[in-house]
Design a binder for this molecule. Structure first.
Ligand code: F6P
Ligand code: MN
Length: 322
């Protein structure tokens, strides 16, 4: 088999501004390094808890901190980066580059409860234009539709990077020689599906519309949808959204009534927005509730949470109608 095009070649032919290409190059290189670190597992002592709790009140794993440091260091060393923000840091980190023009937000290791059971985890990233070279937190609070690029890396059976610069979605596989190769071009999410992903154990906490929608799927051919559905839940958003991008489906982490000050579990700026851009670019829909576009949400806080319903377009319409 001849080797597919490299990430560098693909970037050179993309529409992305030069600075964004530079940032994506740093992200590609650093995530390839993260892939090796994650794969080291118990042999290199990277598994387990760090003993530290993050701003979301979640216990950080050692690998959350290691990968956060790797990305922060690599990105702030890049001359075009004006600042970074991460799930694992309370506030933003401005760079010291006078030429900094781009902001990078990331979830360094999504699904990190999967680490210790050797199940898939990922890195999610989002790139915005910086209003100035010394950005404060307010500079990062831009709606998702303003993202110049977004993507993720899935550390699974293969390590894959999936990204968009606003002209469709491309997927790259990490080759043995450390280069990323274009293996999935023009990724499209089928409009129809028979597969849903949701944490069913929260059913009693959901709003009635979501309960009705899922109950309709569970009722199968005898129910209102007149077809049988399949359910999947990897418990790492990157892996669940990757499945949706590869073969269709819907992924929901809906609003629930447990904690009124927490509208959902997932975070807008480095989970919802980057995934929403990818899903829309692949022809799917990405909403908070079946209707409201995630990319149009005006952010108010760096770590704000948001309900999510994304995936196959016709199925998201069914969520809205339920
Ligand atoms: O980042 C949060 C996260 O780990 C997502 O990757 C994943 O989709 C979700 O939480 C899993 O939530 P739960 O523990 O409720 O299954
Ligand atoms: Mn996450």
């Amino acid at each position: 088999m001849t080797m597919p095009a490299t990430f560098d070649d693909w970037l050179a032919n993309s529409n992305a501004p030069e600075g964004v290409v530079e940032v994506l190059t740093v992200l590609g290189r650093t995530c390839a390094e993260i892939s090796t670190v994650v794969a080291g597992g118990a042999l290199t002592g990277v598994l387990g808890a760090s003993g530290v709790v993050n701003v979301q009140d979640e216990e950080q794993k050692k690998l959350d901190l290691i990968t956060n440091d790797m990305l922060t260091e690599a990105l702030l060393a890049c001359p075009v980066v004006a600042g970074v923000a991460s799930e694992e840091m309370d506030t933003v980190q401005p760079g010291t580059n006078a030429d900094g023009a781009w902001l990078v937000l990331f979830d360094p290791l999504d699904g990190s409860s999967n680490i210790d059971i050797n199940a898939p985890v990922g890195t999610i990233f989002s790139i915005l234009k910086s209003p100035n070279a010394a950005p404060t937190e307010a500079a990062f609070l831009q709606p998702g539709r303003d993202q110049l690029a977004s993507g993720y890396v899935l550390y699974g059976a293969q390590t894959m990077m999936v990204l968009t610069t606003g002209q469709g979605v491309a997927g790259f596989t990490l080759a043995g020689d450390g280069t990323w190769r274009l293996t999935h071009d023009a990724i499209q999410i089928p409009a129809d599906t028979k597969e849903f992903a949701i944490n069913m154990s929260n059913r009693r906490h959901w709003a009635e519309g979501v309960q009705r929608y899922i109950d309709g799927c569970l009722a199968g051919v005898e129910g209102p949808r007149a077809k049988n559905f399949n359910m999947r839940w990897v418990a790492a958003m990157v892996a669940d959204v990757h499945r949706v991008l590869m073969r269709g489906g819907v992924f929901l982490y809906p609003w629930d009534k447990r904690e009124p000050n927490k509208p959902g579990k997932l975070r807008l700026m480095y989970e919802g927005n980057p995934m929403a851009l990818l899903v829309e670019q692949a022809g799917g829909k990405a909403t908070t509730d079946g209707v409201q576009r995630i990319l149009d949400v005006e952010p108010t806080q760096l770590h704000q949470r948001i309900p999510i319903a994304l995936g196959s377009a016709n199925e998201i319409d069914q969520v809205a109608a339920a």
